[in-house]
Design a protein around this ligand. Sequence first.
Ligand code: C2E
Ligand code: CA
Ligand code: CA
Length: 490
Amino acid sequence: MGEVIAISAISLILPTVIMKRLILRSRASYLTLEKKHSRNETLARYDSLSGLINRRAFIEQAENQLACSGDLAIMLIDLDNFKLINDQYGHSYGDAVLVGVSRRLEEAAETYGGIAVRLGGDEFCLTFLNSKSEQDLINIAKSVISSLCEMTIESVRFLNISATIGISRSWTDAQNIYELLHCADTAMYRGKNSGRATYDFYDEEYEKQKRAQDDLEVLLKQAVDSGKIVPFFQPIVTLPSQEVAGFEILARWVKSNGSLGMPGDFIPVLERLGLIPAMTRSLVKQACRAAQFWDKPFNLSLNVSAAMIVDEHFPIQLLDQLVQERFPFNRFEVEITEEALVGNLAAAQRNLRILHDHGVTVALDDFGTGYSGLYHLTRLSIDKIKIDRSFFESDQAAHLPMVEAILGMARSLKMKVTAEGIEDFHLPHLPSWLSENGCHYAQGFFYGRPQGSKETTIRFSPLKDLAPIDSLLSQESWLYGANRPTPPNP
Ligand code: C2E
Ligand code: CA
Ligand code: CA
């Protein structure tokens, strides 16, 4: 009997225990699931390194705000030179910087009633869900910049951290979050360009200019690749005979509508894009090939930019190219300005010596406008100086004593001299005066404007065929296009 009772008790208790266990177990797994879910949720909304809300959550929040026609101001904060910090000190140090920045931004968000976001990489954002005056935003931006600049990270205290801020506002710039971010990005880019560690507001006019600049860059890249930057040739004559000795290569951009771009407009852009070496190689190739059709062995002068003259590969590459094009070294000249030399004098010194030792002439361009230091003249392998054209402007006869002094100095240093920018003879016998004072060459509109290779072949060999300047200007030239100079009034 007792056994029966015991068995029936067990049969009653056992399922209850099992049930309880099952319930407990499923509760535990429910809790784990919930924990996992909330962890996933956290991971989805927050950045794991900084603990700030992430880009996705920020976009959601901003979209909600804008959907209810709420105001939204965005401060896009991008660290300056963060890649350098990472490369120099390693990624764990880079992470410490990012965490430090995040804490500062959290403090700023708390003080000014905003939300701090890590958008990704070294890009952060402070967002404000209400309208703020321009002055308020300026104050906040200034205080964020100075708090980041003051930031020090243990172990590398001397490191300067700075950031550039771009600001956009829903009530003035755009009502869509992606457009607002783009506006803030454009403003930030502007700040980076104007020296970093600064802030800027979105400006539509600036964006238009930037877009035009981007388009120009694309066109210029294509122009260099497809040989649309062509050499024009300006004659350089010997004195006193005034016979053409050679030509200076001057770059021109033949645009798709046939008009010509001038170097002052495109050389700085190509410099920024690092495309000057490619352009120069192309000019040398085209110029040497044009020279094959000349009936006299004229010289060629090439303008060499600052970055190229200090590039250790430049002299050998140029000499190689001249060999390839079968152009003799002793008929080739490089023109450099003093400004180009000062950046890295040792490298320039080495490169110029290589060129000079191979028979290439080295000319110092625009002499008299820059440093005009004797240092450069005596320490570098300079064979020739080109006296700047400002000394020969028609109302500048007063400069002639200076020209005389430069010529005397060049004579002592056994250097050749070219007088640049001879437009007319404001002295009755300028060429003979120059020649008597030891000037070997002259160049300028009087002797000929820079011209395309087709015209050069016909007009400049020999000099007695050189048409007077007025008749040159009155002739049609396919290369002048829209930029053709207006002929002077008769
Ligand atoms: P630059 O080397 O001093 O070249 C002389 C400039 O003076 C040329 O202007 C030429 O057209 C102009 N010129 C010549 N004679 C006269 C004259 O009698 N009167 C006046 N008013 N001007 C005269 P361009 O072709 O516009 O070139 C301007 C500058 O652009 C050049 O100055 C040179 O620094 C740079 N450049 C031109 N081509 C190249 C190139 O292929 N490479 C590099 N790196 N720079 C170049
Ligand atoms: Ca020159
Ligand atoms: Ca010059």
